[in-house]
Design a protein around this ligand. Structure first.
Ligand code: IMP
Length: 186
């Protein structure tokens, strides 16, 4: 795929995690999850839209009879910074009572979205709730949140690709790219 066809301003971004590293790490996480959830009734809950690529790759490496569901919450208004306001856009299609829930996120930054989500899901009586995220930006944290499975811990930079967007674009990049500091300031 030509970078030019996806990125409108290629000079503003640099590749942070290439497709091979992503694939390898996602495979490892899938194997770990297969071991941890063996014999359990697992429902993998993707947080849309950002988790779409990670979730679809991850579940292919979990060798268990799991089910998939999706929900959508948002704390960003499509820009670069969290607003701190979390909105529930749409909900799961099935109850999670007595099920083991694995919430799959693209990135955890302030932690506001995930803590809201965990609070909401725990009220529904699941057997357990854990979190798997592709990326973690611990420096951005504004509330404490337990993350059980982390793909990559990254510095506090704005990233796009492999599901992550900037104003709705770039989710289809096969790698994770970081915005250059100079581009962010301009
Ligand atoms: P939090 O509530 O600040 O933890 O943010 C979680 C959500 O913000 C993620 O699911 C993303 O949609 C978005 N987000 C946070 N950091 C980034 C980033 O660097 N690039 C793109 N989206 C981000």
């Amino acid at each position: 795929m030509s970078e030019q066809s996806v990125l409108r301003h290629p000079e503003e971004f640099e590749v942070m995690i290439d497709p091979e590293r992503i694939a390898e790490r996602v495979r490892e996480m899938g194997h770990e999850l297969s071991r941890d959830y063996a014999g359990k009734d697992l429902v993998v809950v993707g947080v849309l839209k950002g988790s779409m690529l990670f979730m679809s790759d991850l579940v292919r490496h979990i060798a268990l009879p799991l089910t998939c569901d999706f929900l959508r919450v948002s704390s960003y208004e499509g820009g670069l910074r969290s607003t701190g306001v979390v909105r529930f856009d749409f909900d799961l299609t099935q109850p999670v009572r007595d099920k083991h829930v694995l919430v799959v996120e693209d990135i955890i930054d302030t932690g506001l979205t995930m803590s809201f989500l965990l609070e909401t899901l725990r009220l529904r009586g699941p057997a357990s709730v854990r979190v798997a995220t592709l990326l973690d930006k611990p420096e951005g944290r504004r509330t404490e949140v337990q993350i059980d499975y982390v793909g990559f811990t990254i510095p506090n930079r704005f990233v796009i690709g492999y599901g992550l967007d900037l104003e709705g674009r770039y989710r289809n990049l096969p790698y994770v790219a970081a915005m250059r500091t100079s581009a962010r300031e301009s």
